[in-house]
Design a protein around this ligand. Structure first.
Ligand code: URP
Ligand code: ZN
Ligand code: ZN
Ligand code: ZN
Length: 466
């Protein structure tokens, strides 16, 4: 079998750091041994990667992406092919994307359609969550079948009335079903009914610029929805995972629920940690580049998010990668912020941005790997196949240079989108080499992977539950 040895790096996992060599056979990690030890010296391999001076980390697990998502009359601009290639460039080796059930259709039809889009096109491994847009007796039953197929998480929306929205009764029913079959309910927690009233009033008053997107999607309506989701989950006896948490008061709701002993989890995204309403207020319609939901918040919220990532009240950082080009897509909302397609690009930037937080002393190196690799893998039933470096794990491994400096820019990124949300941001640290199931896909600033290498990953249920 094809053998690779990674020599002399600092292996960093969520649990430990060690100067160790890593032996890979075929698609799997088979052994780790201390650098220079007799065991490590005895290994022979066709390929030896010199990792001296580098970190050797598990490939990133991005548990929230939307390749090719139909939204707001257009499609997210990264396909599974371009988006997973960009992910690989950024040191992410697994994504969990969202298959969509349309209203009037079954989960089966939605999931089959998403398999069709992804199959044969991905550079790295992928799984699916299912967006439940139409909670009916039939779709509730289908949830059981999907769980058995390894689609073990379901996103519901308290926002977007008329599109993805479910009322509290539907949410409760889906949570009850999840409590029975092990499916984890993921919640978009914003009070969309109230927000739509504020949108209508803002537009009628001539407040049409992108910054009003942030103003009408009030923090209090994220906190209220988060609180309601927690209570509904409590009634159902179900665990809950709140996606893209942006407001400090929503974090407080999650922390309070966790203090009560509830199985309530949360993710935030790099855009909420590094960007703010200052970006949404950029003049000349530039703010449209930063329109996403939940929206960016005033800068003060960032400290609460970082604190929650340190204390464990938030467990995961994923990107909610949902890119729309400024030209022709974001521009659909000139003169009406409610027509700007919602979403930001970021699948390529997450590992670097979080490493920058390590450089700045906000999180430890191990916490970086925890929130970006291990925790998302555990949350969504992929651990320890994904999210760590250990014998038996898939050989999804990144050699990361912690000293090299780079400037994030649309001119150099690989995502299929005409702007960077982090244009000009300086980062210390950069991906050197990426292996996906033992195959080198990025090396020395070159992409060596291929569309179709990435495989669908059936997932177990959430591994944080007793
Ligand atoms: O603005 C966002 N987040 N777009 C993607 C859809 C969603 O709600 O996650
Ligand atoms: Zn959402
Ligand atoms: Zn509350
Ligand atoms: Zn999303």
């Amino acid at each position: 079998m094809n053998r690779t040895v990674i020599r002399g790096g600092l292996v960093v996992t969520a649990a430990e750091e060690m100067h160790a060599d890593v032996l890979i056979e075929g698609e799997k990690v088979v052994a780790l041994a201390a650098y220079g030890s007799a065991a490590a010296e005895s290994w022979t391999a066709e390929k030896v990667l010199d990792a001296r001076g580098l970190y050797v980390i598990p490939g990133g697990v991005d548990a929230h992406t939307h390749m090719e998502l139909p939204f707001g009359g257009t499609f997210a601009s990264d396909t599974f092919e371009t988006g997973t290639r960009a992910a690989a460039w950024g040191g992410t080796t697994t994504i969990v994307d969202f298959a969509v059930q349309s209203v009037g259709s079954s989960l089966r039809e939605g999931l089959d359609a998403w398999h069709e889009k992804a199959q044969g096109n991905c550079a790295i491994d992928y799984g699916f969550h299912m967006i439940l847009a139409d909670v009916t007796e039939h779709s509730l039953k289908e949830m059981d079948l999907l769980v058995a197929e390894g689609v073990t998480s379901f996103k519901l929306f308290m926002a977007y009335p008329g599109v993805f929205y479910s009322d509290d009764g539907k949410i409760l029913r889906a949570m009850q079903r999840g409590a029975g079959n092990g499916g984890l309910i993921m919640m978009h927690a914003e009070n969309g009914i109230a927000i739509d009233v504020l949108v209508e009033q803002a537009l009628a008053a001539g407040r049409t610029d992108p910054r009003h997107h942030g103003e009408v999607r009030r923090e209090i309506l994220e906190a209220e929805a988060t609180h309601r989701a927690v209570k509904l989950a409590q009634v159902a006896g179900a665990p809950l995972y709140v996606v893209h948490v942006s407001a400090a008061s929503a974090v407080d709701e999650l922390a309070a629920a966790r203090r009560q002993g509830l199985d309530v989890f949360g993710e935030t995204c790099p855009q909420y940690l590094f960007l703010s309403t200052d970006n949404l207020a950029e003049p000349g319609f530039e703010g449209a580049k930063y329109v996403c939901s939940t929206p960016l918040r005033p800068r003060e919220h960032q400290d609460a998010l970082w604190r929650a990532l340190r204390t464990g009240d938030l467990q995961v950082v994923s990107t909610d990668h949902c890119p729309f080009c400024f030209a022709g897509q974001k521009e659909l909302g000139r003169g009406d912020f409610s027509k700007i397609p919602n979403g930001l690009p970021g699948v390529e930037n997450r590992m670097d941005l979080l490493h920058q937080a390590v450089v700045e002393g906000r999180i430890s190196r191990r916490r970086w790997i925890e929130i970006a690799c291990a925790a998302p893998a555990r949350m969504f039933g992929l651990y320890p196949r994904k999210g760590t470096i250990a014998p038996g794990a898939d050989a999804d491994v990144v050699l990361y240079d912690p000293t090299v400096r780079q400037t994030l820019s649309a001119a150099t990124h690989h995502m299929n989108v005409d702007y960077s949300a982090y244009e000009g941001k300086e980062i210390t640290g950069k991906v050197r080499t990426v292996l996906s199931r033992g195959t080198v896909v990025i090396e020395a600033d070159a992409y060596l992977g291929r569309a179709g290498h990435g495989r669908f990953q059936p997932r177990a249920t959430c591994q944080y539950l007793a």
